[in-house]
Design a protein around this ligand. Structure first.
Ligand code: SAH
Length: 247
């Protein structure tokens, strides 16, 4: 079973949106588990403080390494196989490829920052990888954790109705998805492209392919360039690295 542990000072936010719809049904069905750990429960002073002023001065507060480490150690021991991810705008950008890899693993331990972020020593000392959901700054890591978890959970076996719908959508082939239509056939003078109602599956496939390529080129030249670069790469050589028949 895929296990998610979220470290947060707002455990009441969870499961939140993940308790509804696809993810919520999967949670109820036991296809994954979600444990929201209250970081504040690991504070040591009577005010239960989790943050302090930044070393070197400057605005805001920083989450304390000692409090965070106690929370992490209680929630995920040294032998816990799950990847440790700290949500952070400085992190490696989250991609569908990464999401798919996470979904095939044992789950994730997710640290949600607040204030100016977390003491750097926690990241190093407890082996966290910083992950970003995009180039903008949120007020806390919880919404980023929702994004990451939602993207992972929908890929877990048995969660999505049609297994196939995951394989065809945006990013899975380095392309954005083609435009979709459904009834009515005619709406405010706009009709569904006739090829889609022609019944000719090969033509439908070709149209979708061309549209996916057109949209990717126009909207995401970065994805398009990466795709072309990938195609230019030579297939791995058949020759073994070790010289054969030595001796
Ligand atoms: N001072 C930090 C921003 C702190 S925002 C900086 O400039 O890098 C507070 C918390 O919100 C962060 O610790 C992180 O957990 C979360 N957060 C903000 N933006 C995020 C993003 N784009 N992706 C993931 N987490 C984010």
């Amino acid at each position: 079973m895929w296990r998610a542990t979220v470290l947060t000072i707002f455990p009441d936010m969870f499961p939140g949106p993940l308790g509804l719809s696809l993810a919520g049904k999967a949670l109820a069905a036991g296809l994954w588990t979600l444990d929201a750990v209250d970081i504040r429960a690991y504070a040591s002073d009577k005010h239960r403080s989790v943050d302090d002023t930044p070393a070197g001065g400057g605005p805001g507060m920083v989450m304390r390494v000692d409090v965070l480490a106690r929370a992490v150690d209680a929630a995920a021991g040294a032998n816990d196989p799950r990847p440790r991810l700290a949500m952070s705008p400085r992190g490696v950008p989250l991609t569908q490829q990464r999401v798919a890899a996470l979904a095939t693993g044992p789950g994730a331990v997710i640290l949600c920052g607040r204030f100016e972020g977390v003491d750097e020593r926690l990241i190093e000392g407890r082996g966290f990888e910083e992950v970003s959901i995009g180039d903008y700054v949120l007020s806390g890591g919880e919404i980023a954790a929702f994004v990451l978890l939602d993207a992972c959970v929908r890929l877990l076996p048995g969660v999505m109705g049609k297994e196939a719908s995951g394989a065809e959508e945006s990013f899975s082939h380095g392309l954005l998805e083609y435009p979709q239509y459904t009834r009515p056939q005619l709406w405010e003078g706009r009709s569904i492209p006739s090829v889609l109602t022609s019944g000719d599956h090969a033509k439908v496939e070709a149209w979708r392919r061309a549209e996916a390529e057109r949209l990717t080129r126009a909207r995401r030249p970065d994805l398009w360039a990466a795709r072309l670069a990938g195609k230019r790469e030579k297939p791995p050589t058949q020759r073994s690295k070790k010289p054969r028949g030595d001796g």
